[in-house]
Design a protein around this ligand. Sequence first.
Ligand code: BGC
Length: 371
Amino acid sequence: MRAVVVRPPAAGVALEDVPAPLLPPGAVRVSVLECGVCGTDHDIVGGRYGRPPAGSEFLILGHENLGEVAEVGAGVDGFAAGDLVVATVRRGCGRCRFCRSNRSDFCETGDFTERGIGGAHGYMAEEYVDVPAYLVKVPPALRRVAVLLEPLSVVEKAVFQGQRVLDRKEPTPGEPKTGTPTALVAGTGAIGMLAAFLLRVRGYEVVGVDRHGDDTPAAKTLARTGVAHANVLAGFDVLGKRRFDLVVEATGSATLDFALIDRLGPNGVLVLTGIPDADAPPTPVPGGALLRDVVLGNQAIVGSVNANRTYFEAGLRDLTVFEERWPGAVGALVSGRQPLEAFRDVLTTHPGGTIKMVLTVRPGGAAGTAP
Ligand code: BGC
């Protein structure tokens, strides 16, 4: 079968013929429809991240996925050919209590693998095989947007973690209701955009910031969902003295991470989702002043990575809500769909204004909506 392969730690990417996976009993064969491309893929192709499976000299790339069940192995119930499915990414170590309960996003040994990223083949191939525990069935009505379910799952988890900290601000029985909570989302890539949508649905007043004007596809889409947009290219002073209950970071810039601490309100929480470059030059920060305010303000900084299937399931419910509330807004995050043959261009360039590029592995799929 054809697959997009990388050989980390070497930079580079190729479309190659590789053996199709065998279908063991208890597993499902999935025909891949499309794969989203994200910063992690760019980092792997650039030789900065990623690891082939043990014993393999290459890694099949791709973790943001949508496919159609092609064949159901012996002993599998609840799946049929033609079902749309999205697969989760992380596979647990099998030893820690989190991995043993399908919550490998909180793995404590670090011995997990991630399909398409580290130690396990991904989904940028004609087919893959996996077991039902990792496959989330998608209703046909979400065919056009379900490739965004994996990034949304990451957002669902991040917002949930932040919310858990913020729950301490909830009124106790008998106290009057509090006002509208406020959120700042830093970054308007797919993660930032989906975070903004989710926070609107959760009742937050939301400001989204990036380093562009109001005329980009991202800023225009935010406007449709009632999110205020600000260009912080010249610094955060454009926000005046505003502070927020929840700040969600989705850029991977360590410098920005520190700047965002300063935007936390009393008892607020900053959730970091972007993965900073460990080899970036050191970032000078006014550590004393920042951390003093963190302590005196009861503030929290939480990192959040990956997502287990419960967040994929939450994401499915919210994709439906987004579609009902702002028809077409989620679809607008897909800046373009390209055939698999365009892999090199899509994986090595990032044209301005692009939110999410998608590689079409096989057009069609349930609901017959060929891209
Ligand atoms: C993926 C996560 C993964 C993380 C770290 C992200 O791009 O969406 O599933 O855990 O990279 O490898």
